[in-house]
Design a protein around this ligand. Structure first.
Ligand SMILES: NC(=O)N[C@@H](CC(=O)O)C(=O)O
Ligand SMILES: [Zn+2]
Ligand SMILES: [Zn+2]
Length: 443
């Protein structure tokens, strides 16, 4: 198949030849005689996003999301690899729970990884030999679920993972620095007042110190403060920022209410701007969504009782592309490519993914950045049907390809007389474990 004359993130027009699962040639005026040609003139082609941080909620909470619904939502947003976190039920802390989750992952239309988790009951010598993507998020404070662990267990886990060459990702908040005074309040902003920026900075500092003691590197999940980013990057560690911490702040909470509750929480506008600067200037390594769906009914509670987390896997790349359309944002298409594909592939060791180059997996996303559409929760494909980004401009993919197979095609633009129907098409496809097809059985 030949994708003709697409504009790559660096602005060059190129033909891209795909054969089987791979990109085999990138160049100009490539011979198209025996090929199925996809005309892409005037459109932009991106490497599929690698989202290192999603919660697809199976096993345990299929009413919130499933691998089938979450991965379709990912494909519809241009995400071609997802990595599921361990706070499921059962938590992914041993061989059996890993294998059980891998069964569910077979429903995924995009490629996937499964992270292992750490609790007092984890079984490292079996878990760490499964085809894990990474160990983490290791919760240094409780979030959704009660997987928060103590410092000595974190040190042991770090050592075990490092000995097995398994990357480690950390949820860095330190409950010792939470502000209990906020508990007297019941407005949505109280959650941000409670789980302070200082609690993140202190947890990042401690996690990096432990990593250095063990001559290990760690990746800080969902860094929400410029302080956290600076401490981690100065310690030689990697960081990710979520779309909600990049684009939303405490100013949005009066409107969002508990739909704006997540861990770590939204920060002040000033911090958001400084975080955005670090995303633009390359201090931040990648964007990851922390796609954490909960039902409207669950969110319909007080700020102290509602669950934490927001969906994001379908809107992340579209929102970043809309930012890159705006020359004043400072965010270029090349930087978007690095944040969503090149850097996650580098940081987590996926040499076969992350770039539009001969020899790489044909994970590709075609977009038309000459126009935007408004985000509407009810048209998204997650089970959730709500988004904290309602109404914002975005650039959604025309199609998404995973290892040479088109898994998603966006329906025609809205029919003239029908404001609702968009026949988006998903094609049968089974994603694969990016860490290899099977697990070593070592029980
Ligand atoms: N981020 C959240 O607020 N919630 C996540 C857990 C987590 O990432 O801490 C979830 O699984 O719901
Ligand atoms: Zn977390
Ligand atoms: Zn998470």
């Amino acid at each position: 198949m030949l994708i003709r004359n697409a504009t790559l993130p660096d602005g060059h027009q190129r033909d891209v030849r795909v054969r089987g699962e791979s990109i085999v040639e990138v160049g100009r005026d490539l011979d198209a005689s025996d090929q199925h040609v996809i005309e892409a003139t005037g459109k932009r082609l991106f490497p599929g996003m690698i989202d290192a941080h999603v919660h697809f909620r199976q096993p345990g909470y299929p009413h919130k999301e499933t691998w089938a619904s979450g991965s379709r939502s990912a494909a519809a947003g241009g995400v071609t690899t997802v990595v599921d976190q361990p706070n499921t039920d059962p938590p992914t802390i041993d061989g059996e729970s890993f294998d059980q989750k891998a069964e569910f992952a077979a429903d995924s239309v995009v490629d996937w990884g499964i992270n292992g988790g750490v609790t007092a009951d984890w079984i490292p010598n079996v878990l760490l030999r499964r085809r894990l993507f990474a160990l983490g998020e290791v919760f240094l404070a409780d979030s959704t679920g009660d997987m928060g662990i103590e410092a000595d267990l974190f040190a042991d886990a770090l050592e075990a993972a490092t000995d097995n060459d398994v990357p480690v990702t950390v949820h860095a908040e330190d409950a010792d620095y939470f502000n209990d005074d906020a508990k007297a309040r019941d407005d949505a902003d109280a959650w941000s007042a409670f789980r302070t920026a200082k609690a993140e900075a202190k947890a990042v500092e401690r996690a990096c110190a432990v990593a250095k003691e063990h001559d290990a590197t760690i990746h800080i999940a969902h860094t929400s403060t410029p302080e956290g980013v600076d401490i981690a990057s100065e310690a030689g560690m990697t960081t990710e920022v979520t779309p909600h911490h990049l684009l939303l702040s405490r100013r949005d909470l009066s409107e969002l209410g508990t739909f704006g509750r997540m861990n770590p929480p939204l920060r002040r506008e000033k911090r958001r701007q400084k975080l955005y600067e670090r995303v633009v200037d390359g201090t931040v390594d990648m964007i990851a969504t922390d796609h954490a769906p909960h039902t409207r009914e669950e969110k319909d509670a007080s700020i102290w009782d509602a669950p934490s987390g927001v969906p994001g896997v379908e809107t992340v790349l579209p929102l970043l592309l809309a930012e890159a359309r705006d020359p004043d944002s400072g965010l270029t298409y090349e930087r978007v490519r690095d944040l969503t594909a090149r850097n996650p592939a580098d940081v987590f060791g996926l040499p076969q993914k992350g770039a539009i180059e001969a020899g790489k997996d044909a994970d590709l996303v075609l977009v038309d950045t000459t126009e935007t559409s408004e985000i509407s929760g009810e048209t998204l494909h997650s089970k959730r049907g709500w988004t904290p980004f309602e109404g914002r401009d975005a650039v959604f993919p025309e199609w998404t390809m995973v290892r040479g197979v088109v898994v998603y095609e966006r329906g025609d633009a809205l029919d003239a007389d029908d404001s609702a129907a968009q026949e988006d098409v998903f094609y049968d496809h089974q994603g694969e474990n990016v860490r290899g097809a099977d697990s070593e059985r070592l029980e």
